[in-house]
Write a protein that binds this ligand. Structure first.
Ligand code: NDP
Length: 450
């Protein structure tokens, strides 16, 4: 059955390696569910989940500061709306392709189901590269992008948010463009600014949620983050707040990276040093190398994307949190982590560990959490932002943080229970895939063949 469904996906999606990779992981995990529930097989539930309900591709034309015409591609993948409106971020990065967005939208179905908040799965973005663009160019691009995307969005239809290359600034410009075109103020984006519909803690939620999830995992072994040395990759939104929460819980984060290289700070990144990273990345839009130039004893290593392994994952640590991008930890990296005695690998990014890497970790008994479970705090808090928008009120920081902690514990326990029930105790990947699948599959079954 596995080969049959995988063949079906490969045939229908040639040249889409990222999407096939994400599909393969889920197909393998949910086979026991399909065996137990022949009705899902008969209704082709999994095959239908693997086909976007709608894939929108459009031209984005804009004028740069020199008055020259620039051309990009925009996309929105509306993957599955069985349990709620499409929900998922927008990514602006030159590596964006339909394959990347379909993998992200597919993962989003399961992630959103796990949060317990009624949200379907979607994802979108553009091959636009925000690096090196002026403020004016960023705004012009966002407005041009929204001149098409607006017609496909709605606060009960499809609600995007940020992702790589899309932070508060870009969400602001896109929300403004939407409001102007539609002449209405609704919660059509999440990740909005505080004071115009945004939720407290949304900015921090993915990174904080990741570490809350890891804390839950460690508690099952009577351990905690306190005193643990932690590797973190990335230096954007997810990495920054993962580092912050590790420090707050008494752990020691020792690394950060960007697409050029990584810094290793054996003394540990402190809250003061983290402020430097936030200013560097969020305001000055500089490179992580500057961290090593500012602080003594810090080692900077350039990353060679084509190398067989990434030396960042060869540093001795108790926990590793990849928070940059997909496929940043391969089989060799996973072997190095195991060799150095890592106890836990928690995915902050989406699909940062390759299938080979996951197998190495699981075969060696390392606690491993897939992004669709451990980075779900971001979209969960987006769900809380939507609820506050519907209600027309705002919750306090403490209220949102308490809800986030509750949701992460709930996802953790749900994954463990599903893994247990299907004979894979402690396997968070199988548990996340099965629990997410069951929720969406039951809704699809109830709603008929549509
Ligand atoms: P940001 O754009 O804020 O930061 C991304 C970071 O990753 C930057 O440090 C960036 O370096 C680095 N990076 C990006 N592409 C590459 C690459 N090809 N190779 C190496 N490094 C790279 O994005 P986020 O922090 O928001 O997102 C990071 C990951 O987390 C993504 O996988 C995203 O899908 C996932 N995620 C994000 C959520 C959110 O709420 N923001 C929610 C759930 C998941 P550089 O500065 O050089 O670009």
């Amino acid at each position: 059955m596995q080969a049959e469904i995988l063949d079906f996906v490969k045939r229908r999606n040639p040249n889409e390696p990222e999407f096939i990779q994400a599909a393969e992981e889920v197909i393998l995990s949910v086979l026991p569910v399909l065996e137990k529930h022949p009705e899902f097989r008969k209704l082709k539930i999994l095959e239908r989940m693997l086909e976007p309900e709608r894939l929108i591709s459009f031209r984005v034309t804009w004028l740069d500061d020199k008055g020259e015409v620039q051309l990009n591609r925009g996309y929105r993948v509306q993957m599955n709306s069985a349990i709620g409106p499409y929900k998922g971020g927008l990514r602006f990065h030159p590596s964006v392709t339909p394959s990347v967005l379909k993998f992200l939208a597919f993962e989003q179905i399961f992630k959103n189901a796990l949060t317990g908040i009624p949200m379907g799965g979607g994802k979108g973005g553009s091959d636009f590269d925000p690096k090196g663009k002026s403020e004016n160019e960023i705004m012009k691009f966002c407005q041009a992008f929204m001149s098409e995307l607006t017609r496909h969005l709605g606060h009960r239809l499809d609600v995007p948010a940020g992702d790589i290359g899309v932070g508060g600034r870009e969400v602001g410009y896109m929300f403004g463009a939407y409001k102007k075109i539609k002449n209405e103020f609704t919660g059509v984006f999440t990740g909005k600014g505080i004071g115009w519909g945004g939720s407290l803690i949304r900015t921090e939620a993915t990174g904080y949620g990741l570490i809350y999830f890891a804390e839950n995992m460690l508690h099952t072994k009577n351990e905690s983050i306190k005193g643990k040395t932690c590797l973190v990759s990335g230096s954007g939104n997810v990495a920054q707040y993962a580092i912050e929460k590790i420090i707050q819980l008494g752990g020691k984060p020792v690394s950060a990276s960007d697409s050029d290289g990584f810094v290793y700070d054996a003394e540990g990144i402190t809250l003061a040093k983290l402020e430097f990273i936030k200013d560097l990345k969020n305001n000055r839009r500089g490179r992580i190398k500057e961290y090593a130039e500012k602080y003594k004893g810090v080692v900077y290593t350039p990353i060679d994307a084509k190398a067989a392994s990434n030396p960042l994952w060869n540093i001795k640590a108790d926990c590793a949190f990849p928070c940059a991008t997909q496929n940043e930890v391969n089989g060799n990296d996973a072997k190095n982590l195991v060799k150095n005695g890592v106890k836990l690998v928690g995915e902050g990014a989406n699909m940062p560990v390759t299938i080979e890497g996951i197998n190495v970790l699981i075969d060696n008994g390392i606690m491993y959490s897939p992004g669709k479970a451990s980075n779900a705090g971001g979209v969960a808090t987006s769900g809380l932002e939507m609820t506050q928008n519907y209600m027309g009120s705002n919750w306090t920081r403490e209220e949102v943080d308490a809800k986030l902690q509750g949701i992460m514990k709930n996802i953790h326990d749900t994954c463990l229970a599903a893994a247990n029930e299907y004979g894979k105790p402690g396997n968070y990947m199988v548990g996340a895939n099965i629990a997410g699948f069951l929720k969406v599959a039951n809704a699809m079954k109830a709603q008929g063949v549509i």
